[in-house]
Design a protein around this ligand. Structure first.
Ligand SMILES: [Zn+2]
Length: 394
């Protein structure tokens, strides 16, 4: 037994920092560590991370995809985009209210749909840029991010199919989006979201080559699966083992953190979790049942390794009365949350620039946790060296 600060600490705890991490995690709301003031390298690491999480700001990214109401668009701008203006007005009111109550600036992240489906249905891929040009100018002046959102919809007869199985078509859709964005805004989009949480290496290569800085598409925890909620080809990526903190990916696998070599592009994962242990993984979405979203959000806030929260929405969902009431309920939850004064609504570049060191420490702790789990399982004969243990635990 050692004395650290005023309280005794087991020597084993100091030799196994992931044990300390678990102890700290349980008490993160109190911003205290059971070991008292830190005095060993292992515990310095845990305590500094926990105290930052508990005492300082938690970056929250609200990512809003600006797109038509329905996925199978009819081609009539008046009705197809009817939900977008009221959704923008509602988020304007949310911004004003949060800024007045907390005194902190609120930066939102808008991802405008620019792809072949929009070009064919409304005459120009940059339709959303020009129709709401005043709003984008004002939002940019308010410090918001104006990013790019792309889907791989392809005309098949009288309907549309999401053609993820053809990598050349997918790359073409992203390229059309980047070119149209440049034509309208006279610059390359800094941030990007592909639709339906799909992303492949061809698109990542394109984003890197064209100078896009952040991708905010991927949703950790989801297995590879078919897109079942609409007509589609191909599979969605297997994201079960990908990092949950922002990372610069390996040049050969965008679902892995690059170590010796990495891309310049940052991947900022969408926040996901299970509302209950027996339920499947859900991503934070303003249009979805708010009680599920509250559970996922509170679990993330209470977890000491959470570096950010990314909560997504699509303006088209505002046309649906159930989704609309879910929007209001989830935004009210954010505004009335007991830790609301710690939330900082930020752009991806603000997240990366202010918390770069934090990601490194969080990653090291997660690596130590995974390493400890492997060692314990090997000692117990439960794990052959070749078997893979995921480096994430929620
Ligand atoms: Zn979309």
């Amino acid at each position: 037994m050692l004395l650290i600060g005023s309280r005794p600490v087991q020597r084993r705890t100091l030799q196994r920092p992931w044990v300390g991490l678990h102890q700290c995690s349980r008490q993160s709301w109190k911003a205290t560590c059971p070991a008292g003031p830190a005095s060993t390298s292992a515990h310095v690491c845990c305590c500094s991370l926990i105290s930052r999480r508990a005492m300082k700001a938690l970056p929250v990214l609200l990512c809003i995809d600006v797109e038509p109401n329905d996925r199978q668009v009819a081609g009539d701008p008046a009705t197809d985009w009817s939900a977008t203006p009221p959704c923008l007005e509602m988020l304007d009111r949310f911004r004003t209210s949060v800024q007045q109550s907390t005194g902190n600036p609120v930066h939102l992240n808008w991802f405008l749909r620019l792809d072949p489906q929009i070009a064919e249905a409304y005459g120009s891929a940059a339709y959303a840029c020009s129709r709401y040009a005043t709003q984008w100018r004002d939002y940019r002046a308010a410090g918001d991010e104006i990013g790019l959102h792309v889907h791989a919809w392809r005309r098949s007869g009288r309907t549309w199919t999401t053609d993820h199985a053809d990598p050349e078509w997918v790359r073409h859709c992203a390229a059309i989006g980047i070119d149209s964005y440049r034509e309208h805004f006279l610059e390359t989009p800094r941030s990007f979201r592909f639709g339906d949480r799909f992303l492949n290496s061809e698109v990542v290569d394109l984003l890197e080559r064209e100078g896009v800085s952040h991708d905010l598409t991927l949703e950790p925890g989801h297995p590879a699966q078919e897109l079942t909620w609409d007509r589609a080809t191909g599979l969605l990526p297997d994201c079960r083992h990908m990092p949950r903190t922002p990372y610069q990916p390996c040049p050969f696998n965008h679902l892995q953190r690059g170590s010796l070599r990495h891309r310049r592009l940052w991947m900022v994962p969408v926040s996901t979790g299970r509302p209950r242990w027996f339920r499947r993984t859900r991503h934070l979405n303003l249009g979805v049942r708010p009680d599920d979203m509250r559970r996922v959000f509170d679990n993330l806030v209470a977890n000491a390794t959470t570096t950010h929260i990314s909560w997504v929405a699509r303006t088209g969902d505002f046309a649906n009365p159930t989704c609309r009431s879910n929007f209001f309920a989830s935004l009210a939850f954010l505004m009335e949350h007991p830790r609301r004064s710690a939330f900082r609504f930020v752009r991806p570049d603000e997240l990366i620039s202010t918390a770069h060191e934090h990601f490194s420490q969080g990653d090291r702790l997660l690596d130590m946790q995974a390493c400890g789990r492997r060692l314990r399982l090997r000692r117990g004969g439960l794990l052959s060296p070749a078997r893979r243990i995921p480096n994430t635990d929620r």
